[in-house]
Design a binder for this molecule. Structure first.
Ligand code: ADP
Ligand code: MG
Length: 334
């Protein structure tokens, strides 16, 4: 049974970035105002995510790392809203625990003392008292231990770190009201202030030159109010920031897109954004973009690849048109 569990987990936990994604989502779900991510060797040698969220009471630690454990009834509503927390359903910690040495240390702010629990290759230890600040710290060591097949697939640590960076950046930009930081091998990659301002988050992540080149995007279908839920338009709103056509990079990793508040990847959104720049981009150059798209519930298909961030739209052409118009409009106005 243990072997089956490990194989299943090895398929689900694709790489360090998939673990980071789940842990950061948990921290955000816990209402954290600070989320500190720190990884070693691209995450292959250690991952730590610390937050100041609601915490986990000692008597619930064991349940948190158990199979099918979730305290989030809201997840069902998320599904209805069209874009769910992708990946595991109450199984992230359980799955990670099956292929690593996982420690969850936590103290709800109102509790006097904290506690921790360790899972090693699926063996759950006992919860015991541990001193810690309010909030939760999750540590993942020896990822893929006992799953050498998966370990072999890992790329250079630089590549793994790129994936981690992309994921943490995505959540940092989607949550400007949360102070998100990332550290690699003891060096800070970025730290946002969590002051609620998207431009300030962009500054922290991409630097001053990029932040200063950013142009506001604000689009709603004609004849509707911003974000009007009752409107039956296939796209209700497109907002965010896009960089001046001269502020570009040579990879497309700098396009962050969100649908109904969730961080996603969708070729439609990327293509529409690039299309809007038209001939203004130098060959093989890509802009920076942070785009939030709001569509009606149920119009997004998250099951293209259940373990990934890729989504597809029912009203694909309309979404494409709206995003293109939104970005084009922003670039023109500028
Ligand atoms: P899910 O997020 O789908 O519920 P997980 O395996 O990711 O499943 O987490 C299991 C449970 O552990 C959560 O429902 C939550 O109650 C608790 N938990 C996990 N991470 C945190 C955290 N950072 N802060 C507070 N509670 C957490
Ligand atoms: Mg989770």
């Amino acid at each position: 049974e243990r072997t089956v569990q490990r194989i299943a987990a090895g398929e689900v936990v694709e790489r360090p970035a998939s673990v980071v994604k789940e842990l950061v989502e948990n921290s955000l779900d816990a209402g954290a105002s600070r989320v500190a991510v720190s990884v070693e060797a691209g995450g292959t040698e250690g991952i730590r995510v610390r937050d100041d969220g609601v915490g986990i009471p000692e008597d619930q630690l064991e349940a948190a790392v158990a199979e099918h454990a979730t305290s989030k009834i809201g997840d069902i509503e998320d599904l209805d809203r069209g874009v769910a927390t992708l990946g595991f359903r109450g199984e992230a910690l359980y799955t990670v625990g099956a292929v690593s040495r996982l420690t969850v240390r936590s103290r709800p702010p109102e509790a006097e003392a904290g506690a921790e629990i360790t899972v090693a290759g699926g063996d759950v230890g006992e919860a015991r008292p541990a001193g810690c600040p309010a909030g939760t710290t999750v540590e993942v060591d020896d990822l893929f231990y006992n799953t050498p097949a998966r370990e072999k697939f890992l790329k250079r640590t630089a590549t793994e770190f790129d994936h981690v960076n992309t994921v943490v950046t995505g959540y940092a930009l989607a949550n400007p009201d949360v102070a998100v930081s990332l550290e690699h091998d003891g060096r800070e990659t970025f730290a946002t202030e969590g002051n609620g301002d998207l431009r300030s988050a962009v500054l922290a992540v991409y630097g001053r030159e990029v932040a200063e080149s950013m142009i506001d995007v604000e689009w709603t279908p004609e004849g509707t109010d911003a974000g009007d839920d009752s409107a039956d338009a296939p796209v209700r709103r497109v907002t965010g920031l896009v960089s001046h056509p001269e502020t570009t990079r040579s990879t497309r990793d700098y396009l962050s897109t969100y649908v109904n508040g969730r961080y996603v990847t969708a070729s439609t959104l990327r293509e529409a954004t690039l299309e809007a720049y038209g001939g203004q981009l130098a060959p093989d150059r890509y802009p920076f973009a942070v785009l939030f798209v709001e569509v009606p519930a149920g119009d997004v298909d998250v099951n293209v690849h259940p373990r990934k961030l890729e989504v597809r739209f029912d009203e694909e052409p309309a979404v494409r048109e709206a995003v293109e118009a939104a970005v084009e409009g922003a670039l023109l106005d500028h």
